[in-house]
Design a protein. Structure first.
Lengths: 199, 244
């Protein structure tokens, strides 16, 4: 396996590049570690930000995710795709961080960071912001499957492996999450695209 | 065929499952889901849900088009620093775990050597005992001072008894001498004639006052201590009347 890690990384092919990275990190190449972090930091950070809604907390979880990955890489099957594996670690770490946060008393000065639960007139130009606020009100497992499916483009099977759940459970969670999001957006007056009664 | 309400959510989920850009509302007709729009046109509840689903589809589409989260060099450096620190700590722990058995064996050997050395030192060449052994001849000299001390204490106790009882004895003799009839031998003078070193016997003391009936009871009570503690208290047979 270590012979794969010698020389420069392959120029083409995600699968080959991933396998080279895994082998190089296992061989203890510091440049490979840095390369692996740079390659997957964006998706992992995006997932953590969406799950936690707080930059500092998200960066802490990203760090914890990569440290755990480096520790566990010796037992990782290089035939498996690396990204779903990393995102699965991150999702589980986010869930743990959210549980820890729920047990922590909320300081009075952080009340302003909470999502506004009041219905408000939607800004048609801020659909992504409305989606973020609706996502923040979902259960963490529902939020995770929405982000992993729609933003990280993982398949049902990959999400199931990442979260350690059967595919049927993942599908159920995603469908329920979409229904809740649709109702939430509709209640907040976010209506666009669908012809209304008068259109 | 009209779409029932219970199929409305399922069909929308199927549309949202698509990876390629999902069709907009009017394109539902092109995708063969015209009956969704037809149902929504006649069902206010499903129309409201359809509006929510459509807003969700557009929001997800907008989110997917957003620029990916850029890699933060500071975060990369922070992660690498944390990993190096962890690796260094793990290496130190590994070195410690490797050297710990050696150190333990060395400490055990040193403790064993120390114990053996101390044992040998304590059993080394026997030196002459600085304290002379007590011989049988010298042993009585060690006991003798105690016997002498006891004898001295006894003598001192007797002297003290004599000195404290002397005034009382003198007074008693004076009383007896004044009370004795003329011509009879003075028992007090006899007692005084006794050698000093010779203690008066009980018989002598019992005879003191014989013949002195008027004062015998009082004398016995007053000077009974000279007779010793063995004498039982005597009760005068007949108390003389003051006028007799």
């Amino acid at each position: 396996m270590n012979d794969r890690a010698e020389g420069p990384p392959p120029a083409t092919g995600d699968v080959e590049a991933e396998r080279w990275l895994v082998a190089a990190v296992r061989a203890g190449r510091a440049d490979a570690q840095e390369r692996l972090i740079e390659r997957y930091q964006g998706p992992v950070l995006a997932l953590c930000l969406r799950m936690l809604g707080h930059r500092q907390d998200a960066e802490d979880v990203v760090q914890e995710t990569f440290l755990r990955a480096f520790r566990s890489l010796a037992g990782f099957d290089p035939m498996r795709p690396l990204r779903p594996w990393l995102l699965g670690i991150a999702a589980n770490r986010c869930r743990t961080a959210l549980a820890r946060r729920a047990r922590r008393p909320v300081p009075a000065d952080s009340l302003g960071d909470r999502p506004d639960p009041r219905p408000a007139l939607a800004d048609p130009d801020d659909l992504a912001g409305e989606l973020d606020r609706a996502l923040a009100r979902l259960r963490p497992e529902y939020r995770a499957v929405v982000v992993l499916y729609h933003e990280q483009n993982l398949s049902y099977e990959d999400i199931g492996v990442a979260l350690g759940r059967p595919v049927g459970t993942v599908k159920t969670w995603l469908h329920r999450a979409r229904a809740e999001l649709a109702v939430d957006l509709s209640r907040r007056g976010v209506q666009c695209g669908w012809p209304g009664p008068g259109r | 065929m009209a779409t029932p309400c219970r199929d409305f959510d399922r069909r929308w989920n199927r549309l949202l499952d698509r990876r390629d850009p999902p069709p907009a509302g009017p394109d539902l007709h092109a995708d063969g889901d015209a009956d969704l729009a037809a149902h929504a046109a006649h069902c206010p509840r499903c129309r409201a849900r359809a509006a929510g689903y459509d807003a969700l589809r557009l929001a997800l589409d907008e989110r997917a088009r957003a620029a990916p989260e850029p890699a933060a060099p500071a975060l990369t450096a922070r992660i690498l620093d944390a990993w190096r620190a962890e690796a260094a700590a793990a290496e130190a722990a590994a070195i410690a775990s490797r050297t710990r058995p050696i150190l333990r064996a060395a400490a055990l050997a040193a403790a064993l050597a120390l114990a053996i050395g101390l044992g040998l030192l304590s059993r080394g060449p026997r030196r002459p005992d600085p304290a002379p052994a007590v011989t049988a001849a010298a042993r009585p000299t060690a006991v003798r001072p105690l016997a002498e001390s006891l004898a001295d204490a006894t003598a001192a106790t007797l002297d003290l008894a004599r000195e404290t009882s002397a005034p009382a004895a003198r007074l008693g003799r004076l009383v007896l001498a004044s009370a004795a009839p003329a011509g009879e031998p003075d028992p007090a003078a006899e007692a005084l004639a006794l050698p000093i070193s010779m203690a008066p016997s009980a018989e002598v003391l019992e005879s003191v006052g014989d013949g002195l009936r008027p004062l015998s009871g009082s004398a016995r009570r007053a000077f009974g201590f000279l007779l010793g503690p063995a004498t039982a208290p005597t009760r005068p047979a007949a108390m003389p009347s003051p006028g007799a």
